[in-house]
Design a protein. Structure first.
Length: 440
């Protein structure tokens, strides 16, 4: 019974209809509970405030933050506005008489309804199970790891009697930044079972970046990269790329445009400090052609920026739903002014679209992936894919179900994680005396 409930989808027309119905009913209950002599006044104020708040928020997000209209949910903005109004009316009611403090219950239910409506568009939680998902890996702090000698992956053969665990481990730690002086949030690092053998193999690396807003745990909590890595290592003798989530913003809502500027030396961090930490802390392969950098939305844009500006730092990239050019969410003029020394020439010298027209990148591989409902990303990434191929890269453009949301990014990671493994030189293997862990 419990397993059946955990499988219930949180993204469907039925859930959306239920959420809107619950929101409307709760709001109506609060309106009825308003003191009669204040009801009309309260409703007039609430309606005016709601229109101003809703329309103002929508316009500000579109124009102020430069978010494309197909990446913004009108329903999410509308439901959030109604939930705020419900809280306002509930507080108004309670201020008139404490006997109606119970109106906080329907007010809070409108907040829940708004979250369900928003989830229909951004798909952070696909089902009930995702609210408290069992992870296919253990969790530790990086300080708890034990040292061990390492050998190149091609030479790695664990001892016959040495057990290989069925699951990997995710550790957390903050990369030092001696060169960039950037202040990143902590990274989440997936280490496959093979990493814990003695000697351990020098494994390839997959660095992943979040979008804006975003946190470094999102690729594991919503993007399900831990599950993708787990399933991959089960079919490859406990071997998988090391997966590292990197903070390329510095804060949930920060946007340093993934470049070196007064607001953060992001490119130096991603191309020098972070790889040095990964190499030293996790004994990763020194062959950067077997390193991949990727991300979603801002993170996808940033991955391509890093490859074209620092081609020796990574051999491959994943650009999921990225944009055609770096931007601060305001305007091109402010982007150039605040992040490129107010120099259009400086901007062009770091802009992927321009660099792909003037430089060659032989030996680099990449994937551009967009959701079938994300027309803006499709247009941008088709253009960049064409330019990348003309610049000597081995790339392709792909679509998966979804929009500019985690439906797309989960599907893309599940589908293309094995491609990263191929780029990394990993082949399916069953080691003598080490049968593959059974799938539960």
């Amino acid at each position: 019974m419990l397993d059946h409930i955990r499988g219930y989808s949180l993204i469907s027309p039925a859930v959306a209809a239920l959420a809107w119905a619950l929101l409307a009913i709760c709001l109506l209950i609060i309106v009825i509970a308003l003191p009669r002599h204040h009801r009309v006044k309260a409703l007039v104020i609430a309606v005016i405030a709601g229109v101003v708040l809703g329309v103002g928020s929508y316009v500000e997000i579109l124009l102020g933050f430069g978010v494309p209209s197909d990446q913004l949910s009108v329903g999410a903005v509308a439901s959030a506005t109604l939930a705020i109004l419900a809280l306002f009316l509930s507080i108004w009611t309670i201020a008139s008489t404490w006997k109606k403090s119970w109106t906080l219950i329907p007010a809070l239910l409108t907040v829940l309804s708004s979250l369900l409506v928003t989830n229909q568009f951004y798909a952070l939680f696909p089902d009930v199970n995702s609210l408290d998902m069992e992870t296919p890996y253990k969790e530790e702090k990086v300080s708890a790891l034990q040292s061990a000698p390492c050998v190149p992956l091609a030479e790695w053969k664990p001892k016959i009697l040495q057990p290989i665990a069925a699951e990997g481990t995710v550790v957390t730690g903050t990369p030092p930044t001696p060169k960039s002086k950037f202040h990143p949030r902590e990274s989440y690092v997936y280490l496959p079972p093979a990493w814990f053998t003695n000697p351990r193999p020098q494994l390839p690396v997959l660095v992943l970046m979040h979008g804006i807003p975003g946190t470094t745990d999102q690729w594991f909590s919503q993007g399900e990269v831990g599950l993708a890595a787990h399933n991959y290592q089960r079919n490859h003798g406990g071997v998988s790329p090391i997966v590292v989530t990197a903070d390329a913003t510095g804060g949930v809502f920060d946007n340093p445009v993934c470049t070196n500027s007064a607001k953060g030396n992001i490119q130096t961090f991603l191309s020098e400090d972070l790889p040095q930490w990964i190499s030293e802390e996790f004994s990763a392969t020194p062959d950067r052609q077997h390193w991949t950098i990727g991300g979603l939305s801002y993170g996808g844009t940033c991955a391509l920026q890093t490859i074209v500006n620092n081609p020796n730092s990574y051999g491959n990239f994943l650009d999921f739903s990225g944009e055609i050019t770096p931007n601060d969410g305001d305007s091109h003029a402010s982007t150039v002014r605040d992040f490129f020394n107010n120099s259009e020439q400086n901007f062009r010298e770091h802009n992927p679209e321009d660099l792909l027209k003037t430089r060659r990148y032989p030996g680099h591989r990449g994937l551009f992936v967009a959701g079938v409902e994300d027309s803006t990303a499709q247009k941008d990434l088709r253009t960049l894919n064409k330019l990348a191929r003309e610049a000597g890269m081995e790339t392709s453009f792909e679509t998966v179900p979804g929009g500019h949301n985690f439906i797309t990014w989960r599907a893309a990671m599940k589908k293309f994680f094995p491609v990263v493994g191929e780029w990394s030189g990993i082949t399916p293997q069953v080691l003598p005396g080490h049968p593959l862990p059974r799938q539960s």
